[in-house]
Design a protein around this ligand. Structure first.
Ligand code: ZN
Length: 437
């Protein structure tokens, strides 16, 4: 049987940078592997070349249904790699390449668990579904959203595991594993200012739309978002703070007034991790694209700025408009258009499925661990499944000591994953399917 690392290298070599995607390349690979193993499977293209792959093990309509979800597209590679991003180069315990962590590592682990269950002829009472879908990195139009529209029964499961979980950390000698139970919402917004064009040599005759925008953006940087501690996040911070030896009493729960002090303490230990936690406690506003003016000697009459805004529960489009207005001021002549809105989504951490995830993780981790639920500042395909009524849990199971810096290579250069972590993921998925089905 192929090893997870062998399959990961094969998958990295299939270029599925989205756009354009070409996920059918991966779907065909998966088809060959599953055909050889006698596993029932099919490919459904959301558009030409945009293949979604499905496989199934166990009875067609088992009473219990578990879904392994993953996406097969990757983001563009960018500059500055130490190796060919499509080579799957191995250096010691590490495999390099675009998608190694997001998400072809998980893809290889899910596939391996499926193959192992088939090879060992494990008699399943329930049905294991495996879906490697297209287009996650561009919003799922040819992937999960397409499938939920056309053939939702193919994804219908009691619960699903997917990407999106924080990677484990060790704090104060205690090892924490995480499950993503929710995702923040998005409210991508475009600000627009208008002015009056004139010759750049006599600017006082015009009205400069770019400087108007600069004033508005400057005002946004001063915005202090309201802190909201949802129960899962409060618990998470409490436990992490205590393990890190920060001043958190079990009798004085983390409060809105004290949370930044706690986060600053965690940031002193692991800044990347702590800033991820900080963004779970408030709406974030980040102006990321500005366009205005087209010639040095013309005063610009229009300027736009695209703002990435991420929301917590209770914050909707009206809330965003109000926040922007409060900040920029009504008088400023700035139009606001929310052009991409998706509300936050959640799955409960108080369910037998969630407890099973914790139990199986403890069983395969090979050490004493603590499991905690968290929410993710970013979004994955889990949000679409949750909206379709399928509980979804994000896992990021890794061996924490091996390559902590690797976490920062997701969507960046020199993306990589270590082989023991790949095996840990595969072992977890295999044990989960056995335990549930
Ligand atoms: Zn991903």
């Amino acid at each position: 049987m192929l090893t997870p690392e062998r399959m990961l290298v094969d998958l990295i070599r299939l270029n599925t940078v989205n756009p354009p995607g070409n996920e059918t390349l991966v779907a065909r690979y998966l088809k060959d592997v599953c055909d050889s193993a006698g596993i029932e499977n099919e490919i459904i293209e959301g558009e030409q070349g945009r293949g979604n792959f499905f496989a199934r093990l166990g009875p067609q309509n088992g009473e219990q249904r578990l879904l392994f979800l993953v996406h097969s597209d990757v983001v563009p590679v960018g500059e500055g790699w130490e190796c060919d991003p499509f080579s799957g180069e191995m250096r010691g315990q590490l495999i390099y390449g675009r998608g190694a962590r997001d998400c072809k590592g998980l893809l290889a682990a899910e596939l391996y668990a499926l193959l192992r269950l088939a090879a060992e002829q494990v008699p399943l009472q329930g049905t294991l579904l495996f879906a490697a879908t297209a287009d996650e990195e561009q919003g799922g139009r040819c992937g999960v959203r397409y499938l939920l529209d056309r053939c939702p029964q193919k994804l219908r499961a009691d619960f699903a595991v997917n990407e999106g979980g924080e990677e484990p950390v060790v704090l104060g000698g205690q090892t924490f594993f995480f499950f993503q139970v929710g995702e923040k919402g998005t409210a991508w917004s475009r600000l627009q200012t208008r002015g009056k064009a004139c010759h750049g040599s006599v600017p006082t005759l015009g009205e400069n739309a770019v400087t108007k925008m600069a004033t508005a953006l400057h005002a946004l940087t001063a915005y202090r978002a309201e802190i909201i501690l949802i129960p899962e996040v409060r618990y998470l911070l409490q436990e992490l703070g205590r393990a890190a030896g920060l001043d958190v009493s079990p009798y004085a729960p983390v409060a809105v007034e004290t949370v930044d002090r706690l986060l600053d303490g965690l940031a002193a230990i692991d800044r990347d991790f702590a800033e991820g936690l900080r963004s779970m406690t408030r709406m974030t506003i980040s102006p990321n694209v500005v366009q205005g003016g087209n010639k040095t000697n013309i005063v610009p009459d229009a300027c736009t700025a695209d703002i990435d805004i991420r929301l917590l529960p209770g914050e909707d489009e009206d809330y965003v408009r109000r926040a922007l207005r409060d900040c920029i001021g009504d008088a400023a002549d700035v139009d606001v258009d929310i052009f991409n809105y998706y509300p936050p989504t959640f799955s409960t951490a108080d369910s037998p499925h969630y407890y099973l995830l914790e139990q199986v993780t403890a069983q395969v981790a090979g050490r004493e661990i603590t499991c905690l639920p968290h929410i993710s500042p970013g979004a994955t395909d889990s949000r679409f499944l949750r909206d379709a009524g399928i509980p979804c849990y994000g896992i990021g199971h890794m061996i924490p000591e091996l390559d902590r810096e690797g976490r920062a290579t997701i969507h960046g250069k020199n993306e990589r994953i270590d082989i023991p972590s790949l095996h840990l993921k595969a072992d977890f998925l295999y044990a989960l399917a056995r335990a549930y089905l």
